[in-house]
Design a protein around this ligand. Structure first.
Ligand code: AMP
Ligand code: ZN
Length: 460
């Protein structure tokens, strides 16, 4: 049985798809105006594990992730510059070039983390869905859910009875939490822009004609229009990071349900934050690490994936270098174990059942990892262990299934250096031992000390 936590009902629910054997799943993707950080990547890893778990449970998953390349304003509200246009004016590049460049970097990070990323039509760009967004705004206008101000067309949250149902926030509470930059013309702080008019006398790089005026879509309408166009409404699962619950997802629900009089999605799932020093890791907080920075410090990107899997997706994870180091060591251990196994035909059913049960229990990845480690320590044969590990790695995505049974060829010169290091360690010459470790590292080999000897791993 697969049970998932549904933010909408605040309960663990048995997953039941709309169409037998199929799952439609939509994830809010990045705004491509700068590189994604490892906090964002934690959310995408969670979504990847969710998708792979659904596949493990036999579903054919239609996973859609959008790319926001227009309409996301600085501060995430209705005021301020468009993040894409601001980056363009800062750098002198076009907004289109900025979008392309950061989407490529995003793809590179996704690949390095073994995240199976939606492609082609399942990777819609907001700028490719302008007609669908316009027609959604028109529909809302016709149904009386909108009003106009001098700078745009707004959704009137007073007209939508269910406003706030996802977050449990009342409309009145929005007053207190209103952002610093308030749009005085809005009837209520919770109201939000569906469509913004291009500012008077300003030529935007990204703008379109709508009802005779130039403008651009609001950030929330993008997801409502794209998910409906590609997955239909309702679809099964909508996911993102927890910060999206009170505003972005609440607004998506308001627009989509008001327009089509049916739910947007049946299950809402949200990944918790990656923290630094106990606070949110974010672009605007200035404390965000990039995957490149982890790699520059000698970490395998998959060590970060392992690190994330060690904590449940609904718990906060405080990022530390020591924690990442621990994850890297654990991953190295798994890699060297995997190489010693054989690619057998028969799996260890007991372990696999325990593994599936852990994931079926709202994606309990840390328990699934514990089952994997226990299986490796158990006395089942190397062939069965190999076959089981291959199955488990379909979901974990730690790059283990490829290396099961693949012994590493260690060049003689490397072996000699490592043997020399073992000797100097026996004589407690730690300085020389460290020098030899560095020399091996410079040649692309990591040496790990074991009780009486060592193990060598090629570095990432
Ligand atoms: P953004 O580009 O800010 O819209 O973020 C892209 C995705 O990353 C969204 O699903 C956010 O909820 C998520 N996100 C942003 N910061 C963090 C963080 N520190 N930890 C986990 N997820 C995050
Ligand atoms: Zn979205």
């Amino acid at each position: 049985m697969l049970r998932l936590w549904n933010t909408a009902t605040k309960s663990l629910e048995e997953f039941k798809p709309i169409k037998k054997g199929k799952v439609g799943m939509y994830a809010c993707g990045p705004t491509v105006y700068n590189p994604v950080h490892i906090g964002n990547l934690r959310t995408y890893i969670f979504e990847d594990v969710l998708k792979r778990t659904l596949e493990l449970f036999g579903y054919d998953v239609h996973h859609v992730m959008n790319i926001t390349d227009v309409g996301h304003l600085v501060g995430d509200g209705d005021m301020g510059q468009d993040k894409m246009e601001r980056e363009a004016s800062k750098t002198g590049k076009t907004a289109w070039d900025i979008a392309k460049r950061y989407e490529q970097l995003f793809d590179f990070d996704m690949q390095r983390l073994n995240i199976v990323s939606p492609v082609g039509k399942d990777r819609p760009h907001a700028t490719e869905y302008i007609p669908q967004q316009e027609s959604l705004v028109k529909k809302l206008e016709e149904k009386g859910y909108t009003y106009e101000t001098s700078d745009g067309i707004y959704f009137d949250t007073a007209k939508f009875a269910g406003y706030g149902k996802l977050s449990g926030q009342k409309r009145e509470d929005k007053e207190a939490g209103a952002r610093v930059e308030v749009n005085e013309e809005k009837k209520h702080p919770a109201d939000f822009a569906l469509w913004k008019f291009s500012p008077e006398g300003e030529k935007r790089q990204m703008e379109w004609d709508f009802e005779g005026r130039k403008g651009f879509p609001g950030w929330h309408i993008e997801c409502s229009a794209m998910s409906e166009a590609i997955l239909d409404q309702p679809f099964d699962i909508h996911c993102g990071g927890v910060d999206h619950i009170p505003v972005h997802h609440e607004n998506e629900i308001a627009q989509s349900e008001a327009a089509f009089d049916k739910p947007l999605a049946n299950y809402w799932m949200h990944g918790e934050f990656l923290l630094v020093d106990g606070g949110r890791m974010g672009k605007s907080e200035g404390n965000a690490y990039l995957l490149d920075e982890l790699v520059a410090r000698g970490f395998d990107p998959l060590a970060f994936r392992y690190y994330c899997l060690g904590t449940h997706y609904r718990s906060k994870l405080n990022f530390t270098w020591e924690g990442l180091e621990g994850a890297q060591n654990a991953l190295r251990h798994l890699q060297s174990e995997a190489r010693k196994l054989e690619r057998g035909a028969r799996v260890d059913k007991t372990s696999l059942e325990a593994f599936n049960a852990a994931l079926g229990d709202d994606l309990n990845t840390s328990k699934a990892l514990a089952v994997l480690h226990d299986m490796l320590k158990s006395d089942v044969g190397a062939d069965e262990k190999g076959a089981t590990l291959i199955e488990m790695d379909q979901v974990l995505g730690l790059g283990l299934k490829e290396i099961v049974g693949k012994k590493i060829e260690i060049p003689e010169a490397i072996q000699a250096l490592a043997d020399e290091r073992l000797e100097v360690r026996k004589n407690k010459d730690w300085k020389k031992s460290d020098e030899l470790r560095d020399a091996l590292k410079a040649k692309g080999w990591i040496v790990e000390d074991t009780k009486d000897s060592y193990e060598l791993h090629p570095s990432a």
